[in-house]
Design a protein around this ligand. Structure first.
Ligand code: ATP
Ligand code: MG
Length: 334
């Protein structure tokens, strides 16, 4: 492991540079192979104490990015440095140690919590795996963690099936906090919850972030969920980041037609703004990542597509502090 002296990497907890992830897949016939590019040359950073929202439709590559950042999936190429360490350079034991700093909260705690384990053993499991404290200390720590996740420690003896979705997600969060991580990767943590429970969990995450000085990589397929927490937002389409900027810029002055379309489905509290908002409704499904459209990959669904969009791939350019890849914003216009 080499010490990293690059200032970008010291200021940031996570640095992702030119990341690519390809999956070999079967294409039609039994022996026909193809390569699916789930993540296509993306770059992003998460500063210490910052929340980055990663948004896009199903299949855009969000979970693949999440799993690579969490060290759960190897990358194909590019660089991912977390807390100054490139996971791909580590041996298994070092990787296990370093991965402690990053924990993942999944959409459905049913898949992350063993159905036959009590709440206590689920939350205690990471502590045991890393040999943290004595048995008595671990028990006390589980209570502390449940209280942090605003769940009554009396729930300790329950099984996942004996709790509500919101309570299960609190257990998932308590478990994720057990090893005192610096970064939580939140992969659609509230997508399966009803509106009021969703708000409760978002508030809990906001409180935890302030109390514990955490950073979040918060993944969601809808922008409204990210509004409260995200300092910056990256918008993904077919494995690429098409727009990335501060929350204020993304919500109040979106540039990419895809971002505008995603926002079109988010109601704005101010009725005047809502009435005047340019409404773009996306038609059709996201194309297959095995047949990515030529030029700008969004051109087949873009209401503002021009002839060149099907031919030339737009370069990312910075407009008013926002990075956008769209021919409506050619590099010369900046
Ligand atoms: N292990 C795998 N093998 C082959 N293809 C995969 C694998 N994992 C993901 N993919 C493909 O990569 C693309 C991105 O998947 P990913 O799960 O990252 O998307 P996502 O944005 O998280 O979607 P969702 O909102 O549905 O969770 C999809 O086309 C998916 O089918
Ligand atoms: Mg996903």
């Amino acid at each position: 492991m080499t010490a990293i002296e690059d200032p970008v990497q010291i200021a940031n907890l996570v640095v992702v540079e030119d990341l690519v992830k390809e999956f070999p897949v079967r294409a039609g016939g039994l022996f026909r192979r193809a390569t699916l590019t789930a993540v296509n040359h993306i770059s992003l950073t998460v500063a210490r104490g910052e929340t980055i929202g990663l948004v896009g439709e199903s299949g855009s590559g969000k979970s693949t990015v999440a799993n690579i950042v969490a060290g759960l999936l190897p990358r194909t190429s590019g660089k991912v440095v977390v807390n100054g360490v490139d996971f791909s350079t580590l041996r298994a034991r070092q990787l296990r140690e370093e991965r402690r700093h990053v924990q993942v909260v999944f959409q459905d705690p049913y898949t992350s919590l063993a159905p036959t384990s009590t709440v206590e053993s689920s939350v205690m499991e990471p502590l045991q795996a890393h040999n943290v404290g004595s048995k008595v200390e671990r028990r006390a720590r589980v209570d502390e963690l449940l209280i942090k996740a605003q769940l009554d420690p009396a729930y300790k003896s329950r099984f996942p099936s004996e709790m509500s979705g919101g309570q299960r997600q609190r257990v998932g969060i308590a478990r994720a906090l057990a090893l005192e991580p610096q970064l939580l990767v939140l992969d659609e943590p509230v997508s399966a919850l009803d509106v009021s429970t969703k708000a409760e969990i978002i508030n809990l995450l906001a409180d935890l972030k302030d109390d514990l000085g955490l950073s979040y990589l918060f993944i969601s397929h809808d922008l409204s969920t990210l509004r409260v927490l995200a300092d910056r937002v990256a918008v993904m389409y077919l494995g690429e980041i098409v727009e990335q900027g501060s929350s204020d810029a993304i919500y109040d002055a979106p540039k990419h037609p895809y971002t505008k379309a995603l926002l079109g489905s988010v109601p704005v509290p101010d009725p005047v703004v809502q009435r005047n908002r340019e409404r773009i409704v996306l038609e059709g499904d996201i194309p297959s990542p095995l047949a990515v459209p030529s030029g700008c990959s969004f051109h087949t669904r873009c209401p503002e597509a021009m002839p060149r969009c099907s031919v030339d791939k737009p370069e990312a350019t910075v407009v008013d502090g926002t990075t956008v890849a769209c021919h409506l914003f050619p590099p010369s216009a900046t």
